[in-house]
Design a protein around this ligand. Structure first.
Ligand SMILES: Cc1ncc(COP(=O)(O)O)c(C=O)c1O
Length: 301
């Protein structure tokens, strides 16, 4: 922002931003803080392959001077497939352009804790900011979102607020009001801290790796069912699948949801109904996974 001569304090005074992201990006980055009419999203194609390779097209037609401040929003863990943008390639494309690189890692950023999975995040260390949720994999109550910003001055400048009645501690090392958009909030960090303390480094790694192993087990099981197609490469904790025709897909999902053996949501993929399993509870066991597969088998029978 500074590079464009724009005010850096407060989000409401910011100019229009260009945001670039893959079409499969979660819709939240497009809601964002105050938008103005000039806000644009440059959508680029993505695919359900092992990696969403979108970096190359993002910046080729982009004119920095004409566009103004630009955020490139890459994704770690797409909601349907769990796939990761090729973050190293995205970082290469962004480097030297002056654009801000953000990684939406709502659940995918947790893969960094698991030795077997952290390669998926290679390149994320070159981003300007990350966002993730503790209320997904850590199972703490909503709404424990976490933002990380590499340049702390930019982070503070965009969030800080001044008012005559604010009581500030002159000796405080860090005033919470300077770092978040909310002035009044509960102590969300406490359950997150407690969960991390209880699990420890190896506990988080185990939680993530176990959930992903359950997802792979489910994919192996459900693939054996008549007409089932698993649509994604199960790289994380998501399984995207459908049956031979749309009526069978929606009917089987409705039967499983109503039966109470397992719950997962429906989605749309390539314009057709699909089913999206997301394993994120520490309580899920292999037996639960097998019961979920059996519930689909019963629904198809
Ligand atoms: C990839 C991704 N980004 C963003 C979000 C939004 O997170 P929240 O609902 O915590 O704002 C989600 C939630 O499912 C998500 O999966």
């Amino acid at each position: 922002m500074q590079g464009y001569g724009w005010p850096t304090t407060g989000t409401s005074k910011r100019p229009s931003l260009v945001s670039m992201c893959s079409v499969a990006l979660h819709e939240t980055p497009d809601i964002g803080p105050p938008h103005d009419t000039a806000n644009r999203t440059v959508n680029c194609s993505s695919s359900p392959g092992p990696r969403v390779r979108v970096a190359a097209c993002w910046l080729t037609s982009w004119n920095r001077a004409a566009s103004g401040p630009t955020i490139v929003c890459a994704q770690a863990g797409e909601v349907n497939t769990g796939v990761f943008d090729d973050l190293g390639a995205v970082a290469d494309a962004v480097e030297g352009t002056g654009a801000w690189l953000h990684v939406d890692g709502a659940f995918g950023l947790w893969a960094a804790a698991a030795p077997a999975l952290r390669h998926l995040l290679a390149g994320s260390e070159r981003a300007d900011s990350w966002a993730t949720d503790a209320h997904k994999w850590l199972n703490v109550p909503y709404d424990c979102g976490i933002a990380f910003c590499a340049p702390p001055d930019a982070h503070r400048a965009s969030m800080t607020a001044q008012a005559a009645y604010y009581v500030r501690d002159p000796d405080a090392i860090r005033e919470p009001i300077d770092w978040t958009p909310e002035h009044s909030r509960r102590a969300r960090a406490i359950p997150v801290y407690a969960a991390l303390r209880q699990l420890g480094r190896s506990g988080v790694a185990d939680l993530v790796e176990r959930s992903c192993a359950h997802a792979r087990r489910f994919a192996t099981g459900v693939r054996e069912l008549p007409g089932c197609e698993v649509l994604n490469d199960v790289v994380l904790n998501q399984v995207l699948f459908r049956f031979a025709d749309d009526a069978t897909t929606t009917g089987a999902l409705a039967a499983v949801q109503a039966g109470g053996e397992a719950w997962m949501s429906g989605t749309e993929w390539d314009g057709r109904p699909a089913i999206r399993l997301s394993v994120s509870s520490w309580r899920t066991t292999e037996r639960d996974v097998d019961r979920a597969v059996a519930a689909f088998a019963a629904a198809l029978a």
